[in-house]
Design a protein around this ligand. Structure first.
Ligand code: PRP
Length: 211
């Protein structure tokens, strides 16, 4: 039997996905051990290999077929824009992609001014401002702690994930516009979907039942 290969976005999503796989009888030894430095895990009985990857790399592994299946957030899928099939909303990791900033920036969004937008998600920001709002903005790519940008004067607003809203609150910022809801998704390589169709469809059925 050919091994089915899974790429999991390491961190919170991988932990939840592993618990879900456990529930449907796909137990992977060691994968949840917080002390392990191993990146790849195999269950020979099931013919399954799982590996933990940086979230933004998961769609790349799946598009190229290095993984048949990926578990990753919708934010990453939108940002990376890879060719793959999105087959299931897993319902966990729920949050929202939003335009945020100080309340005083709301006016500048309404009047279509040329503002600076900082984000870890430049493609999502560009798509939203250019194609949806038809507002010309300058997009500045950051790699984390994006909430700093409007506080220190790097940008007027940010495009970022809001989950509980506490990072915004504790830094005097607020949601100004909502772009889209987000959650964890299961994605499948386009060739694997054809060649491993029976196994993958059964997996989808089992997971839907467990959810
Ligand atoms: C994410 C996101 C926000 C925060 C939102 O950051 O970019 O900063 O979580 O969560 P909250 O609404 O529950 O406060 P992450 O923790 O991934 O760190 P980073 O900003 O360094 O990427």
């Amino acid at each position: 039997m050919r091994y089915l290969k899974f790429a999991l976005a390491k961190g919170r999503l991988a932990n939840k996905a592993v618990a879900l796989f456990d529930k449907i009888g796909m137990h992977m030894e060691e994968i949840s051990d917080p002390d392990t430095r191993k990146l790849i895990f195999t269950n020979d009985q099931l013919g399954v290999t799982m590996f933990l990857a940086k979230p933004s790399d998961v769609p790349t592994y799946v598009e190229y077929g290095a993984a048949d299946i990926g578990i990753v957030g919708k934010d990453t899928l939108l940002e990376e824009g890879r060719r793959l099939y999105e087959v299931m909303d897993l319902g966990f990791g729920k949050c929202r992609m939003c335009v945020c900033g100080p309340a005083s920036a709301a006016q500048r969004l309404q009047h279509g001014e040329l503002i600076r937008v900082a984000s870890k998600y430049p493609n999502i920001a560009r798509e939203y401002f250019y194609n949806k709002k038809h507002q010309t903005v300058e997009i500045i790519k950051l790699n984390g702690s994006v909430e700093l940008a409007p506080i220190v004067g790097l940008s007027e607003v940010i495009v970022d994930i809001v989950e509980t809203g506490s990072t915004l609150r504790e830094n005097g910022l607020t949601v100004l516009e909502e772009i889209c809801p987000l959650s964890a998704r299961m994605v499948v390589n386009q060739v694997s979907m054809k060649m491993q169709n029976e196994r993958i469809m059964k997996l989808i059925r089992d997971m839907k039942e467990a959810l």
